[in-house]
Write a new protein. Structure first.
Length: 210
């Protein structure tokens, strides 16, 4: 019974993973503005946040967040404010600077802690992620599934996330893509900023219903 459950869970997760959202925009911004290293670190940060979501979901704490209007709203408004803040920074940002062969900006590497932390915060401060994992595990994962297997699901999901967004970071730091961003950098920054602000506003109106 474990194999069908695992395939269903990971299949549904994969479909939602490739859909663009705040995490995708975060990795693209870090990659374009600060190079491949920053993008990959942001991807690893998002993957780490997935482990956190799965952990409290398996422990049953996710139900408390999903059923508490106060907890949901606190996370929601913090996340919305954070996304709008990142959007404003993108609107003010200059065009991307030239990068070397590994995608490091000529002006110097971005702090590893900051890129990783931005990835973590972008995912953690999204209450939709908490509701998603609670719903996903409630509907698909059996109560009788061993805790070790559930932990394995979480690790696999985190690896899937880190791998996918690492590929996104690599793509957006390839020479041709970087050249396009350098040519239209200011306009792309404005579009990215508006996307973040739009995601923040959308999150602010998100209801607590999974």
């Amino acid at each position: 019974m474990i194999l069908p459950e695992a395939l269903t869970l990971l299949g549904v997760f994969l479909l939602t993973l490739v859909m663009p959202g705040a995490d995708f925009a975060c990795v693209v911004r870090e990659s374009v503005m600060y190079g491949r290293r920053a993008g990959v670190l942001a991807a690893l940060g998002i993957g780490s946040a997935i482990l956190f979501h799965v952990t409290y979901t398996v422990l049953g704490l996710g139900i408390l967040v999903s059923q508490s209007i106060l907890a949901f709203n606190l996370i929601k408004w913090a996340g919305a404010a954070y996304l709008v803040f990142i959007g404003i920074l993108s609107l003010k940002a200059e065009a991307p600077k030239p990068v070397d062969i590994v995608g490091t900006p000529a002006s110097g590497a971005r702090s590893a802690r900051r890129s990783f932390g931005i990835g973590v915060l972008t995912n953690l401060l999204n209450p939709k992620a908490a509701l998603f994992f609670v719903s996903l595990f409630t509907v698909i994962v059996s109560h009788g599934t061993p805790a070790a297997v559930k932990a394995g699901y979480g690790v696999t999901m985190a690896l899937m996330v880190a791998t996918w967004f690492t590929l996104v970071a690599v793509f957006f730091t390839t020479p041709k893509v970087r050249l396009a961003f350098q040519r239209f950098g200011r306009w792309i920054n404005r579009v990215t900023g508006l996307v973040f602000i739009g995601l923040g506003v959308r999150l602010a109106f998100q209801r607590a219903t999974p």
